[in-house]
Design a binder for this molecule. Structure first.
Ligand code: KIV
Length: 270
């Protein structure tokens, strides 16, 4: 399917892409400079993921990142973007178990960051929060399968929904989210056949990360696909560069040049 030239990506455009069979590209962004490059490359959706907690801040999980920190990252990304749809993750503790807090958090994200939509994790457990956020006219992206904010409930980052009962609940949750009105759904680390089943049974776009090739689009963490992170090697990750090595080499070269007095030379001086 040939990509159509969209000047601006909206939730409606993503729906059109699914209808036309055009796959949706999505990557994470947490800062202005990276977001400029991603937007220039015409990535359709930039996700200000709570994976910033790991990638940018070095935490072990996504749980510690705060709403203020997510808004800061999202503001930087929004400033950079002309074309992409910017989706902002709602961090842990800002929407679970309290739909009023969920609405307040989503409104803060939209008002203070200028992002275009929010994403939150879970199915029936967060139904009321999703409903309330949607009632304010805020577009919501769902996220099922491996949901990293619940890591302490599951205890592991292994593939989800391999068992019949969990797969059934995932399908039910996906249908429920579509009926509520979410505009798209992320499925993380589930069997490819289940990803296919969900994508085929929903009208909204389904975007996978480790959910196989049959879904309507793909998302990866940008720093992982650039090879900037070394110790994260899931099967679903395709590395397009080895930036860890390239950047380390450049830093070593710079260090040498400084130590030897090679940098700066005459033409680099005033
Ligand atoms: O925070 C994140 O990066 C995400 C993706 C893994 C989908 O939620």
């Amino acid at each position: 399917m040939e990509a159509k030239e969209y000047k601006k990506i909206t939730t409606k455009v993503l729906y059109d892409m699914k209808c036309r069979g055009e796959k949706i590209s999505m990557l994470t962004a947490y800062d202005y400079t990276m977001a400029r490059i991603l937007d220039a490359a015409r990535i359709d959706v930039l996700l200000v993921g709570d994976s910033a907690s790991n990638v940018m801040a070095g935490h072990e999980t996504t749980l510690p990142i705060t709403l203020d920190q997510m808004i800061y990252h999202a503001q930087s990304v929004v400033r950079a973007v002309n074309r992409a749809l910017v989706v902002v993750d709602m961090p842990f503790g800002t929407y679970q178990g309290n739909s009023k807090r969920a609405l307040d958090s989503a409104i803060r994200i939209m008002k203070e960051s200028g992002g275009h939509a929010v994403k939150l994790e879970g199915g029936s457990e967060v139904k009321e929060s999703v409903e309330r956020i949607l009632s304010a006219g805020i577009p919501v992206m769902g996220h099922l399968g491996l949901i990293p904010q619940s890591i302490y409930k599951f205890g592991t980052y292994t593939v989800r929904a391999k068992e019949e009962a969990e797969a059934r609940k995932l399908v039910e949750d996906a249908r429920m989210l579509e009926e509520l009105g979410v505009f798209a759904l992320v499925l993380e680390k589930i069997p490819a056949e289940l990803g296919k089943k969900v994508a085929e049974s929903l009208k909204i776009p389904v975007i996978g990360i480790g959910a196989g090739p049959y879904v309507d689009g793909q998302v990866l963490v940008t720093h992982d696909m650039l090879g900037m992170t070394k110790d994260f090697n899931p099967r679903f990750l395709r590395r397009y560069l080895d930036l860890f090595t390239d950047m380390k080499n450049a830093f070593e070269q710079y260090r040498n040049d400084v130590k030897t007095g090679d940098f700066p030379n005459e033409s680099e001086s005033y």
